[in-house]
Design a protein around this ligand. Structure first.
Ligand SMILES: [Zn+2]
Ligand SMILES: [Zn+2]
Length: 238
């Protein structure tokens, strides 16, 4: 086991995966592996209908678990949301989705892990914490805040948000300039307390520099889509 990441190597018919040893180390965007369609059930490729035999061998798509011929399942792509270490075989439809996700891992996560400045407010107590820099932790599990030195005491700072505790998000776009493309400028996040799940908090993050924060917020929007999708719950995200 890798002590730092809390993951261990797992080898199966699908390939090599680095899976979390417990929920504490699970990636908030992770999808569970599909059940493979049994060999008995697949006699022909589900895409082109060509029968399987000694020469036309069957291959399972690692993302959907369905059976394809070599030609219809020839995309070999990264599938980080299922913890695969190496690129794996996928069907055409799944490859399209995986390519979009690769962009999220390559670009959006890097943007989210770099700091972005916001004015942060506690919506329930109607209290402002002032300006702080915000970023996604390296393990992608928490939203961290950093304040300029000596400006705020710990008791008067925003709550650290654990992504798995988020229950609702609402993004607001800037409507002041109708000519320009709509940019996300603000996000409100409702989340459960880390210790007591009966307690709900809500914090709002308003960008200090709208244009500079736009890529961070749009990346966060995508992260939230994947978070709710990973939970099998697409409606919590507004
Ligand atoms: Zn085929
Ligand atoms: Zn597939």
């Amino acid at each position: 086991m890798d002590v730092i990441s809390g993951r261990k190597l797992d080898k199966s018919a699908s390939g090599l995966r680095m899976i979390p040893v417990s929920d504490t180390f699970a990636c908030p965007f992770a999808l569970s592996e599909p059940m493979w369609v049994s060999d008995k059930e697949c006699t022909a490729c589900v895409s082109c209908d060509k029968s399987f035999d000694f020469f036309n061998r069957k291959h399972h798509c690692r993302r959907c678990g369905k059976c394809f011929c070599d030609r219809c399942c020839q995309h070999v792509l990264a599938l980080k949301r299922m913890y695969f270490v190496d690129p794996v075989r996928q069907c055409y439809e799944c490859a399209v989705i995986s390519k979009v996700e690769m962009e999220f891992y390559d670009k959006c996560l890097k943007i989210l892990m770099s700091e972005c400045e916001f004015t942060i407010k506690d919506d329930i107590q109607d209290k402002s914490f002032g300006k702080a820099k915000c970023c996604l932790s390296n393990d992608n599990r928490k939203l961290l805040h950093s304040f300029p030195r000596s400006s705020t005491s710990m008791s008067d700072s925003p709550k650290l948000i654990i992504l798995s505790k988020i229950v609702w998000v609402n993004f607001m776009t800037d409507t002041s300039n109708t000519k320009s493309q709509k940019v996300v400028t603000c996000v409100s996040i409702k989340f459960k307390d880390a210790e007591d799940s009966a307690v709900l908090h809500q914090q709002t993050y308003e960008s200090v520099d709208k244009m500079a924060a736009a890529p961070w917020l749009s990346s966060f929007k995508r992260a939230m889509k994947y978070l709710f999708e990973a939970r099998g719950d697409d409606e919590s995200s507004a």
